[in-house]
Each structure stands twice: as C-alpha cells, then as structure tokens.
Design a protein around this ligand. Structure first.
Ligand SMILES: [Zn+2]
Length: 219
C-alpha cells in the first residue's frame, strides 16, 4: 500500500463531520436511564445483557432514541420564520418528503412520505424548510394523524397561508411485523385548511396534483 492508498483508506484521521445547525436537539433525553431500561428489558425477556453481543446494545439504543425523539422539545415552526415576499398566489406543492417516525403506541417505526401544499398570501418559504418541519414533527412519539395535522397547522399559522393541504402515506411496523401482520398495508391521512377545506374545486385541484403520476412530473 502506498501513501496515497492509506490516505484514502478507512483509517483516515480526518472524518468529514457534518454539523447541521438546524437539526433538532432534545436536552431532556437521559441516556443513562434509557440504557438501564434497555438492560432491564433484555433481562426481562430472558436474555443475558452481559453476553458479548449485547454489551453495547443499551448504549446504542439510548443514542438511537435520542435521535428518534430529538424533535420532542423543539418548535418545528421555527423553520418557517424566514419568509420571502413574493407576488405568487397559486399552489406551492412539495411532494414525496420521506419521513420516519415512531408510533407512540408500540414504539415501533412508521415510515412514509408527506406531501405539503399551500396557497401563499404574499409570503413564501424556502422549499427545504417544509421538509425540515416534517422531519422535526416526526422525531417524537407520534401517531400519523397528529403528525399530519401538526404540519398543516404550522404551515397555516406561520405562513398565514390561505389554504394548506397535507397528505401523508406510511407503513406502520406495528401492523406489518406484529399484531395482525399485514405487510404492504398503507395508511393515508390528510389535513385540509382554509380554501382547500372549504372549496371543493380547490381541494380537487390540489389532490389531483398530489396524486399525479410521478413519472409525468419528471421533466
Ligand atoms: Zn403502533
């Protein structure tokens, strides 16, 4: 191995650290208590928490929960605080925002996509900020219904949007891997606000855009 190879090898001393200043952080997470609790669960199911393969599991699970519940104590609406004045009053739609959340009934993940549309009233927001909101609302013990409504309320409130439509589709591990065990089942939820709720024509238009064949949009 020459110097050039080792420089690009896995033992590189300069890992690229990406610090995301907009990432949520939950100071309430007590890693030590989670570790103790996970050890207790392993013990309670008849496992040996001290066998080699499980030694680091409690600490790993604690870090995972810190990540999954990072949005619990933060205001996801802060991502919508920077708005731009724009003379545009038609539909803005961001489709296929992937998310992974944690079902609060079973502490099992549900994963899927969110579609967010709004009708601006002179103010628009950076499109990635809508994805930020979904990401943060998802990072707490959740149910899909509340996630959908919370995102809609935040967009309506912070952007003073004339209309908001949020549609979420997700598969729930608690339905696919336990209980009724129905892999492939999809849960759809929607929250309509303002003119998307009150005006059937506006609602039909936005739902048509959300449901439009993705291949047709790829131009
Ligand atoms: Zn569940």
């Amino acid at each position: 191995m020459g110097a050039k190879d080792s420089k690009n090898g896995s033992d590189s001393t300069e890992p690229s650290i990406h610090v995301d200043r907009n990432a949520p952080h939950n100071p309430s997470v007590d890693l030590g208590r989670i570790e103790a609790a996970v050890r207790e669960i392993l013990d309670a199911v008849g496992e040996d928490p001290d066998r080699e393969g499980l030694l680091e599991t409690p600490a790993r699970v604690a870090r995972m929960y810190a990540e999954m519940f990072a949005g619990l104590k933060s205001d996801a609406g802060r991502h919508l605080s920077k708005v731009f004045t724009e003379d545009y009053d038609e539909i803005v739609l961001v489709r296929d925002i992937s998310f992974c959340s944690m079902c609060e009934h079973h502490l099992l993940p549900f994963t899927g996509k969110a579609h967010i549309a709004y009708l601006p009233s002179g103010k628009v927001v950076g499109l990635s900020k809508l994805a930020r909101v979904v990401e943060e609302v998802a990072r707490q013990p959740q149910v899909q219904e509340r996630l959908t409504q919370t995102v809609a309320d935040l967009v309506e409130d912070r952007l003073s949007a004339r209309g908001v439509a949020v549609v979420c589709e997700a598969t729930h591990s608690c339905m696919t891997m336990r209980g009724v065990r129905k892999p492939g089942s999809l849960c759809l939820t929607s929250a309509m606000r303002g003119s998307f709720r009150d005006d059937p024509k506006s609602r039909a238009e936005v739902l048509g855009l959300i449901n439009r064949d993705a291949r047709m949009m790829a131009w």
